[in-house]
Each structure stands twice: as structure tokens, then as C-alpha cells.
Ligand binder design. Structure first.
Ligand code: SAM
Length: 214
């Protein structure tokens, strides 16, 4: 993805009360940050944050944390967040490679991956957010029976993910190559920025749900 440098985005993030500056300090203590025992769900690579802000608005009894590597897009999520009167959504600017440094074993209930970068070259496969290496990290931070939900329009990345998950501690429980025409799986679907863009171009959206086995 090509990213434009957004002037002042680092300062906006540092000054925002909605971003967690030293997330390692909250490891095992995110419930204290939210002030309740509600389940914690995270989106990895949330981009401009439309999906997770909509989810948080709809589900006040679930706590959400949006994770994004780049300030220039995270700042757009902060702008959306500032317009909302909710207390169940925070953001972290970090590389998802460090998830295990930030979250305690079993601290997370669910992980969303939406339109993750495809990294098409074979030698970059382990950077894909659905690689066995990343599923190993999700295995650590997710509780037993925890769920990963993944959407993309990229068929190669989707097929790779379906093949890769059996090498991890997860099993694929549901999948579709055409989410928007799958009545059951599309129920309650919340569109991401990329999903809206690619489906309006006529690309079918693929989705899978994977569950941590034990
Ligand atoms: N999820 C959004 C959507 O569906 O509209 C954005 C999709 S965009 C193609 C992928 C996003 O994931 C980018 O904002 C990118 O910076 C972020 N990302 C990619 N790899 C990441 C990583 N290792 N850690 C955190 N964020 C990452």
C-alpha cells in the first residue's frame, strides 16, 4: 500500500487520549484500562479505522483495540474516534510482529484481519498476517476457543490462508469466496474502507473464520 506522509500525524497520535503510547505497560492489564471485565477484540492492520469504530459503536459491551503500523493512517482513525461518545475503543501504533509483547497469554477474545497486505513474493510469505508465523502469535494471545476473522478480495492470499491455517493451532470453521452473496456469513457484516472500494469495483469478497483448537 502506498502511504502519504500526513504532516503532524505523529504529534496527533502522541497527544491523543485514544492511543496507548506504552502498550507493554498494559500487558495482562487491559481490563484496567477499560475499567471493566468485558471481552477484548482487536483489529490488526485497521488502516483508517472505519470497521472498528463502527463495531465499537454497535457493541458497547465489548472492548476494542485497533492496531496499525503507520501513523499516517492511524491519524484518520483518531479523527473518527474523536467524533464518538464511546469508552470502549483505543488504538495502538505498532507492528503486529510484537503482539506477544503487548498482550498476555489468552488476553484477547477475537482478532479481525481485514484486507491485509498480500506480500505476493514467496520470500515474504511470513510477513502475511495469515501466515503460520502470525497464527502462532495469535495462538499465544487468544483465549482457548478464540476466533480469527479474515476478509479480503485477494484470491491468492485467501487460498494461501486456507492452506496455511492447518499448520497452526487453528481450524477453519467457515469460509466463502463471495461474502456479500452468502446470506448466512454476510449477516451483520460491517464494511471496511477497502471492502467498500473493492466490492464497488465488482470484486467478490472472501471471508474465513478460524477457531483456536485448544
Ligand atoms: N483494514 C483496513 C481496511 O480493510 O480498509 C486497511 C487495509 S490496508 C490494505 C492494510 C493495513 O494494514 C495498512 O494500513 C497497513 O499499514 C496495516 N498493516 C500491514 N502490516 C501490518 C503489521 N505488521 N502491523 C500492523 N499493521 C499492519
Amino acid at each position: 500500500m502506498r502511504l502519504r506522509n500526513v504532516k503532524g500525524s505523529r504529534e496527533t497520535i502522541a497527544n491523543s487520549t485514544f492511543t496507548i503510547d506504552n502498550p507493554e505497560d498494559y500487558k495482562g492489564k487491559f481490563k484496567e484500562l477499560f475499567g471493566n471485565d468485558n471481552p477484548i477484540q482487536i483489529e490488526v492492520g485497521m488502516g483508517k479505522g472505519r470497521f472498528i469504530t463502527d463495531l465499537a459503536t454497535l457493541n458497547p459491551d465489548i472492548n476494542y483495540i485497533g492496531i496499525e503500523k503507520y501513523s499516517s493512517v492511524l491519524v484518520r482513525a483518531i479523527e473518527k474516534r474523536e467524533l464518538l461518545d464511546i469508552n470502549n475503543l483505543f488504538f495502538i501504533r505498532m507492528d503486529a510482529e510484537d503482539l506477544e509483547k503487548v498482550f498476555e497469554k489468552g488476553e484477547v477474545d477475537k482478532i479481525y484481519l481485514n484486507f491485509s497486505d498480500p506480500w505476493p513474493k514467496d520470500r515474504h510469505a511470513k510477513r502475511r498476517l495469515t501466515s503460520r508465523q502470525f497464527f502462532g502469535r495469535y495462538d499465544t494471545i487468544l483465549k482457548q476457543g478464540g476466533i480469527v476473522e479474515f476478509k479480503t478480495d485477494n484470491t491468492d492470499l485467501f487460498n494461501f490462508s486456507l492452506e496455511e491455517i492447518p499448520f497452526s493451532a487453528f481450524k477453519v470453521t467457515h469460509y466463502t469466496y463471495d461474502l456479500h452473496n452468502d446470506e448466512t456469513m454476510n449477516q451483520g457484516n460491517i464494511m471496511t474502507e477497502y471492502e467498500e472500494k473493492f466490492s464497488s469495483m465488482g470484486n467478490p469478497i472472501h471471508k474465513l473464520i478460524a477457531e483456536r483448537k485448544n
